[in-house]
Design a protein around this ligand. Structure first.
Ligand SMILES: Nc1ncnc2c1ncn2[C@@H]1O[C@H](COP(=O)(O)OP(=O)(O)OP(=O)(O)O)[C@@H](O)[C@H]1O
Ligand SMILES: [Mg+2]
Length: 428
């Protein structure tokens, strides 16, 4: 699955995770290979490791479980409520050596403290942070932030925490977090573009940088179906529906096959996928024969019992893919962790792709894209996530010029990242 050779700095971080029991935060700018390293770890570690993520889609991406389902935690603020644990869950959590969390920037402090408490309780080690388990976090705090809840939830965080961010969890007053920062960007190769993206990341966009980005962005957007990255679902649905309707021919609908308990919102693809010949689609999975990867864009050329998609001038027959939802369990027989399949979702690994939300584009790489910030960019890191998906500066198109207000950097992130003094992953 992951056959990219690790760079020396990625290898150094892998070794640190493998050979120590330190709690580690692996961070770095967009495209520095955090997810690539996480994938490599999941295939090559010799530890008893569990992988989880804050959202269903993020968990599916890394073949893990959501944090809530792994630790069987209730939804919403957990605070100091009692955590119920079955015998089976205690055994499972008792076997773990390492918990890996991907996309940790979206994990809030209350949830991380609940993970800490849950591990102490299950392992009957009430005085040891995380019950003695090694915690390995992956993410970039300059990208997506935790989603604020309702008024009461906000009030709770105001009262109890310095901020909602994972790095302000109470457990960090009792244990250390080593930070490893990957420094080499693999997604972009032009120094000028990397430098401008860095300015956007840190909210240090000068008038010259804005002018240069806007000059590139203002070129007429190509009409070849270049993908649009938009702030809201409403815009995405509108663009995709408009484009689908514009095509001649009739709509064909592929319905997903479901078995087991998949859990409402976290479907990895459309339950009812509407397609027409000529539709622009994005692949949602890597192909085992490497004809396409997760994120590849193509055009539907034929629909019968399967779907034919042209990618880079070549036609491929696409078969439905099966997404497996995993659950970790403890096997008393082998005294080890088992990963069981608890549900399956079968659908063509495709979605209409004239537009996607910036939120869904997280983690992806595109050669070119139209960035549509709509009336305003409204979340910290949103503009940075959008622009940093694009691998080359001449692939950047903007539906309107950037404004200073589009670039929002959370001050808590500045505080944490400046005080954290990241350790370079390897000596220069
Ligand atoms: N060691 C490597 N050699 C060559 N290419 C690499 C290497 N590591 C990562 N890449 C490539 O760089 C791109 C970005 O990698 P990846 O998605 O892992 O970065 P990331 O840090 O997770 O980015 P983001 O913060 O945007 O999620 C991918 O196309 C990946 O295949
Ligand atoms: Mg990533």
């Amino acid at each position: 699955m992951s056959d990219i050779a690790l760079s020396p700095e990625q290898q150094a971080v892998f070794d640190a995770i493998e050979t120590t029991r330190e709690n580690i935060f692996v961070t770095g700018r967009a495209g520095t290979g955090k997810s690539t390293l996480l994938n490599h770890l999941s295939w090559n570690t010799s530890k008893q490791i569990v992988i989880c993520a804050p959202t269903g889609v993020a968990a599916l991406n890394v073949g893990g479980q959501t944090i809530h389902s792994l630790f069987r935690l209730p939804i919403g603020v957990i605070a100091d409520h009692e955590i119920e644990q079955s015998n089976e869950l205690r055994k499972l959590l008792g076997t773990i050596e390492t918990v890996v969390i991907d996309e940790v920037s979206m994990v809030n402090a209350d949830l991380l403290d609940a993970v800490d408490r849950s591990l102490r309780q299950a392992r009957a080690r009430p005085r040891e942070p995380f019950g003695g388990v090694q915690i390995v976090l992956f993410g970039d705090p300059y990208q997506l932030a935790p989603v604020p809840g309702d008024g009461d939830e906000r009030a709770y965080f105001e009262d109890q925490y310095r901020s909602m961010w994972f790095f302000d969890a109470k457990v960090w007053s009792q244990t250390d977090l080593l930070i490893y920062e990957l420094s080499t960007i693999h997604r972009q190769h032009e120094d000028e573009f990397k430098w401008m993206l860095n300015a956007v990341r840190h909210g240090r966009v000068t008038a010259e940088i804005a002018a240069r980005l806007n000059e590139m962005g203002a070129r007429p957007a190509p009409t070849d179906g270049t993908i649009t990255l938009a702030t809201t679902n409403a815009t995405v649905t509108r663009i995709n529906a408009t484009q689908l309707a514009r095509l001649p021919g009739r709509v064909r609908t592929a319905r997903a096959d479901l078995s087991g308990e998949f859990g409402g919102r976290s479907y990895p693809a459309d339950e009812a996928l509407e397609l027409k010949v000529g539709a622009q689609v994005m692949f949602l999975r890597n192909d085992s024969d490497q004809r396409w990867v997760n994120g590849s864009i193509g055009t539907v050329t034929k629909i019968d019992s399967t779907v034919w998609v042209e990618v880079d001038g070549e036609q491929h027959e696409v078969q439905p893919a099966v997404w497996e939802k995993y659950r970790y369990s403890y096997s008393p027989l082998t005294k080890s962790l088992k990963k069981d399949i608890v549900a399956e979702f079968t659908q063509f690994p495709l979605r209409l792709a004239w537009a996607v939300t910036i939120h869904k584009s997280q983690g992806k790489t595109y050669d070119s894209a139209i960035v549509d910030l709509g009336t305003r960019s409204f979340a910290p890191g949103q503009t940075y996530v959008a622009l940093s998906r694009i691998s080359r500066l001449d692939g950047l198109y903007l539906s309107r010029p950037l404004r200073p207000s589009d670039i929002i950097v959370d001050e808590n992130v500045l505080r944490f990242m400046s005080r954290a003094a990241p350790i370079p992953a390897i000596e220069a």
